[in-house]
Design a protein. Structure first.
Length: 333
């Protein structure tokens, strides 16, 4: 039976990709609740069927609005967050407001109305790994976040767990690795480098670029979230990853190669303070228990398609580019 989902942060990168994915793969209807911060973009929801997608401009910290929307929904899928580590190092307060208070506000409404929530989180809550550590993060790894961003995400996960245990809240949690794909804000690593090349700026690599991220296509994240919503066990946490470990230097060289540039045509800039060295997800639980498999096994092909998306959609990213680079320049990055 078709459901009505309340998707918070549905105008952001991963949330909007999820809404597109839901439209293509289910009969569900969606209400997007989004504050349209600098990271939300109406254009990311363009072309979706008007009879199945409603967009509400509002803050997840607004208790009255949240209460009303939650009462009308079958399930909340909670993507809304302040999401960028670099921003959190310069101005942490919005991270506490949205990621902690916003999540708390949603949890209370879900509890009052006896609904279900799926909480979207990140592998960054586990801190980082050494490059040669044979272990990867799994559902039992201890929380050890490094940045204001990841500590507020960790805090939000712990709130969900406490609401499950104390109040029997119907909730699931997923912690996913680094996403790439269309509609990602130009502040993030891959789109920043692609769009720098497109405007004739040199890409910027933090430090030596040996830091490893575990890349997954945003559509694979969406298919995993839908699988958890459909088949996941209430109260459980699932880690989502696609065995996509790569260091930043290799990813940057691949972007340069894909875009026909010399592979050394970039600058080293000042490193991020407290920069996590390596993230890596062990996805055994979601694969074995829920039978989920990623569809994008070829990172190079996925990256090429992403480069093409930014080439084809300059009107989407151009309005954000100058301000984003001005902010980075101030920070020496
Ligand atoms: P994003 O910054 O692109 O989008 C966030 C969205 O939330 C924006 O549309 C913004 O307007 C909205 N928002 C922010 N504060 C709000 C508020 N108070 N009320 C309502 N809406 C608000 O982020 P993203 O990269 O799409 O990440 C989405 C979620 O996925 C986050 O919870 C993030 O922690 C998680 N996540 C991201 C990644 C990644 O690689 N980007 C990986 C794992 C998990
Ligand atoms: O210009 C850059 N140069 C660079 O070398 C930028 C913007 C980043 N980097 C490095 C820092 C990281 O090692 O690239 C890597 C990826 O950086 P981000 O895109 O900022 O992502 P990260 O900090 O890894 O966090 C992302 O993945 C986990 C998302 O932003 C989070 O929301 C998610 O939780």
């Amino acid at each position: 039976m078709a459901r009505n989902m309340l998707v918070t942060g549905g105008a952001g990168f991963i949330g909007s990709n999820f809404v597109h994915y839901v439209m293509e793969h289910t009969d569900d209807t969606v209400t997007v609740l989004d504050k349209f911060t600098y990271a939300g973009n109406e254009a990311s929801l363009a072309g979706l069927p008007e009879n199945r997608v409603r967009v509400v401009r509002g803050d997840i910290c607004d208790g009255e609005l949240v209460d009303q929307l939650v009462s009308d929904t079958d399930i909340v899928v909670h993507y809304a967050a302040e999401s960028h580590n670099d921003n959190s190092l310069h101005d942490p307060k919005p991270f506490l407001d949205t990621n902690i208070i916003g999540t708390y506000t949603l949890l209370e409404a879900v509890r009052r109305h006896e609904k279900r929530i799926h909480h979207i989180s990140t592998d960054e809550v586990y801190g980082d790994l050494e490059l040669d550590d044979p272990e990867r993060f799994n559902e039992h790894t201890a929380y050890n976040p490094s940045s204001p961003y990841s500590s507020t995400k960790a805090g939000s996960d712990l709130l969900v767990r406490a609401w499950v245990r104390s109040f029997g809240l119907q909730a699931t949690i997923s912690n996913c690795s680094n996403n790439y794909g269309p509609r990602q804000h130009v502040e993030k690593f891959i789109p920043r480098q692609i769009t720098n090349i497109l405007i004739g700026e040199r890409p910027k690599l933090y430090g030596e670029g040996l830091n490893v991220r575990d890349w997954i296509h945003a559509d694979d994240h969406s298919s995993a979230v839908l699988r958890i919503i459909d088949q996941g066990r209430l109260g459980e946490t699932y880690l989502i990853g696609a065995d996509g470990e790569k260091n930043n230097k290799d990813v940057l060289e691949l972007i340069l190669e894909t875009m026909g540039q010399p592979t050394d045509a970039y600058e080293h800039v000042v490193d991020r303070p407290g920069h996590d060295l390596r993230y890596a997800i062990d996805p055994t639980k979601i694969r074995d228990e829920l039978g989920w498999e990623p569809a994008y096994s070829d990172f190079t092909a996925g990256l090429e398609a992403t480069v093409q998306w930014y080439r084809d959609n300059e009107a989407w990213w151009q309005p954000q580019k100058a301000a984003t680079e001005a902010k980075y320049r101030e920070q020496g990055q």
